[in-house]
Design a binder for this molecule. Structure first.
Ligand code: PLP
Length: 249
């Protein structure tokens, strides 16, 4: 929504320039205006949201209060730049500083997780966890290939292939065929035996070991066994919620 509003404003600026209705100095001053002056209506919405965030409480584990420094990066001139591709291999020119930033981010990530750059690569381009998961499936699984993840009502995440009997809710169940594994309702623990049995029948290409709402450690060895039972599925760890703990050792 914010994007659409800002895009509309940008095209107005463009029209004003094209029509010659505004001098270059007045369009320059428009470009330098604060949001409060440029679009008071939108500014009021942003201010209301800031107040809501300060005074309300939603206990959503994957939301966060971004620091001022991060907000400054997001609102900087970096926002203006196209940078498809990888550092040093972009589709557009003018990416030397974006390349430097992305390489810095990758090397900081490797050192935060204590990883050997000879063995590990880092992709820092996804906006957040859901598009990151879609990117992983797209890279590893052919269209309509099979994935398995913990069912959403059992503590899994939408992006692990969630669908209901009537509707494919997540794009990850629309573009890939998904089968859920579940918790044992009597213990609340992942039913690893059943997961392995289902994996041997469904033969997914990827099994996702990852949770949004599950209070125990995952048994990665059992996941590996289920992957082997599927005939050599890839094991994907979606560690969205525990990444900080992993980095901290
Ligand atoms: C395990 C897991 N993976 C992926 C995501 C998606 O992250 P985002 O909502 O930031 O795209 C979440 C969100 O809570 C999650 O719990």
């Amino acid at each position: 929504m914010l994007f659409l509003l800002l895009a509309a404003n940008q095209s107005n600026i463009f029209r004003i320039k094209m029509n010659g209705d505004a001098s270059s100095s007045s369009s320059a001053s428009m470009m330098n205006q604060n949001l409060e002056t440029f679009d008071p209506e939108l500014f009021a919405v942003v201010r209301a949201e800031k107040k809501r965030q300060a005074s309300g409480l939603e206990m959503i584990a994957s939301e966060n209060f971004t620091s001022r420094a991060v907000l400054q990066c997001l609102g900087s001139c970096l926002h203006n730049k196209y940078s498809e591709g990888q550092p040093g291999q972009r589709y557009y020119g003018g990416n030397e500083h974006v390349d430097a930033m992305e390489r810095l981010c990758q090397s900081r990530c490797l050192s935060a997780f204590g990883l050997d750059p000879e063995c590990w690569g880092v992709n820092v381009q996804a906006y957040s966890g859901s598009p990151a998961n879609l990117a992983v499936y797209t890279a590893l699984v052919e269209p309509h290939g099979r994935i398995m993840g913990l069912d959403l009502p059992d503590g899994g995440h939408l992006s692990h292939g969630f669908q209901t009997p009537r509707k494919k809710i997540s794009a990850t169940s629309l573009f890939f065929e998904s089968m859920p594994y579940k918790v044992d309702p009597s213990t609340g623990l992942i039913d690893y035996d059943e997961m392995e049995r289902l994996a041997s029948l469904f033969r997914p290409k990827v099994i996702v070991a990852g949770v949004s709402c599950y209070s125990r450690h995952l048994d990665y060895a059992r996941f590996r066994r289920a992957c082997d039972a599927a005939g050599g599925a890839l094991l994907m760890a979606d560690m969205a919620h525990v990444a900080g703990l992993v980095a901290a050792g």
